[in-house]
Design a protein around this ligand. Sequence first.
Ligand code: UTP
Length: 482
Amino acid sequence: MPDVETLGRILEQRGQSQLLRFYDQLDQAAQVSLLEQIAAIDWENVDDLIHRYVLDRRQVALPASIDPPEIVPARPEDDEQKKRLQEARQRGRELLVEGKVAAFTVAGGQGTRLGYEGPKGCLEATPVAHKPLFQVFAEQIMAASRRAGKTVPWYIMTSSVNDVPTRAFFRRHKFFGLDEKDVFFLVQGTMPVFSLDGKLLLSKPGELAVSPDGHGGSLLALRNSGALDDMRDRGIDFISYFQVDNPLVRCVDPLFLGLHALQDAQMSAKAVPKRDPMEKLGNFCLDDGKVTVIEYSDLPDELAEATTDDGHLKFSAGSIAIHILSRSFVEKLTVEGKCDLPYHRAIKKVPCVNESGKTVKPDKPNAVKLEMFIFDAMPLADRCVILETDRSEEFSPIKNAAGDDSLMTSLHDQVRRAAEWLEAAGVTIPRDADGQVAAALEISPLYADSAEELAGKVDPDMTIASGQSVYLGSRGQTGGLR
Ligand code: UTP
């Protein structure tokens, strides 16, 4: 490692000498640690990022012309589509039986909007058994593995901030019944945090301020952690990617997998029809033949509001961050340990060291965080499938402490979906005068993880009283596994 004089010269040339301001006050171990952090930075790259993303605050340039992409409809519109979806579902089931599918959860985010202490996956998020999000996914993955007679390994991306508590949580809960050797944790990379004028910040006198490099960092993390090698050794060809905050997600969906595989796609996505033109979802677009996601904040109003001849939104497909990635595609994108996704800038409040060496919480945004987004890999794929899906079946994220996309709305949506599945199976559900479900309902994925599976199991004559809490679990399971 270079000595303090050499590093001091490098920092001075780059206008970053503030990083050594408190060096002389640190003990020896802290001095070594700080020098290691500074030496580990790829300064050429960081200088370039500062100029492109921190100092240059121009809007993202939109492509000259964009069109809506082809979307596979959620419900088949004719016999030909019906046949295609049936074949795809069958192919997806075969892939699971052949052991070619892994589940992949990105759980490295900081969850600042939710404000929950600890990794978001530990949040108790179900209406009756109060299962943590990780358990919801673990049970789905276990159910899918049992159904296929083949293990679906589970890869979970954490960050340097939440890796230790996440692993401890799994150990404490005995991996929710999964075999420990089929659960693989990987830690994503970090990025330095910058002041608004492009200086790297210190979080403590001897520590650089860093933040996770975004869910797009998952591609490189899969490679650097050895997860891709592990997948290759296990014969995994398809990675079913989802976020940690959506308890309605289908962790592995045979239909989606089959469509992706039959189309020989490299990266696929699920979409929901946007509720209104300005809904805060990324927009699937076609730019020069390539599927691209344009953030809601970057799509001009006239395009967001444009309609087709039959009055539907022209750009109606919103991204819900559910993807299939072919393993070979991730290998290609990360060859030589580099991944060329663009960065997105977020201006945030980040505690950092002030002039006198004290860590202070700012009262207004003071820092720029840079993150990569997974959807920026889509235009790099030669072939993509976009499958429209039913929002009420598959998407109710927990992002905020209150209001839209909060735990309250998600609990409500989970109960509503359980009620719909039960009603489809012939069970009478108590409802209030407004038609809202008047009971707390929860169906474990180990009991049934679709309306069709439930219909074959549940007694249509079961009675559910108003105000009752009902939990349908696997045999002998009366509540959470905890
Ligand atoms: P969000 O964009 O909702 O970010 O992440 P967040 O960090 O969880 O929450 P806020 O914005 O601070 O409130 C969407 C998904 O991507 C994961 C999150 O864990 C979540 O599953 N993610 C996000 C990562 O794994 N790493 C990151 O660096 C960012």
